[in-house]
Design a protein around this ligand. Structure first.
Ligand code: COA
Length: 167
């Protein structure tokens, strides 16, 4: 399994993988594939990594800038993240996250936030309790500090996250 940056030509495979991964999920708004396209189109797709096996994309993760209490200062949001159903629970998600955090840290990022199940992200170093998002259960609002002191406050994701489902 290789993890690499997305390349021109990967867009449709990422779209299909994300659609398939989120479709059965009760927490899905159905907009995740459109969010990735909108992030890319608006220049907010800071990092888009794919996991490739035998030439097929079996995993993907996106990172984009976030604001904390309205201030954008080196914090990024992780997501959407998807692994093909038949390849889950074999460490691909964790490997994508690790490589993404490594790259963000290398580029000087202060930290990363996400909304998700703590059971999935705890092992990758994420913790809860510092940030807020849209009145959600604070346990779902997770962060990892990469550099310096962490702020606290309300997270705002890139405008691309407000996109409507496209198909
Ligand atoms: C979330 C997802 C990307 C995880 O990918 P994965 O390759 O299966 O993850 P990994 O095998 O690397 O596991 C990462 C951690 O999550 C845990 N985990 C994975 N699936 C889990 C599940 N369904 N319930 C609880 N924990 C889970 C693993 O035990 C592991 O924990 P550890 O790091 O403490 O050992 C994948 O399940 C997926 O594509 N889901 C559908 C889309 C989705 O819901 N995305 C996330 C929205 S927040």
């Amino acid at each position: 399994m290789e993890i690499r940056d997305e390349r021109h030509g990967d867009e449709d495979a990422i779209h299909a993988l994300t659609a398939e991964a989120f479709q059965p999920m009760p927490y899905s708004g159905g907009t995740e594939p459109a969010i990735i396209r909108a992030l890319r189109a608006s220049g907010a797709l800071t990092l888009s990594l794919v996991a490739v096996e035998d030439g097929a994309i079996v995993g993907h993760v996106a990172f984009s800038p976030v604001s904390i209490d309205g201030v954008q200062d080196g914090w990024f949001g992780l997501g959407p993240i998807s692994v093909r159903a038949d390849r889950r629970r074999q460490g691909i998600g964790r490997a994508l996250i690790a490589e993404g955090l490594r790259r963000l840290a290398e580029d000087g990022a202060r930290g990363c936030v996400l909304i998700g199940d703590p059971a999935v992200y705890r092992g990758s170093g994420f913790a809860s309790g510092r940030f807020r998002y849209a009145g959600l259960d604070p346990r779902l609002v997770q962060h990892v500090v990469l550099r310096g002191e962490a702020p606290s406050g309300e997270i705002t994701f890139a405008p691309a996250f407000d996109v409507a489902a496209e198909d």
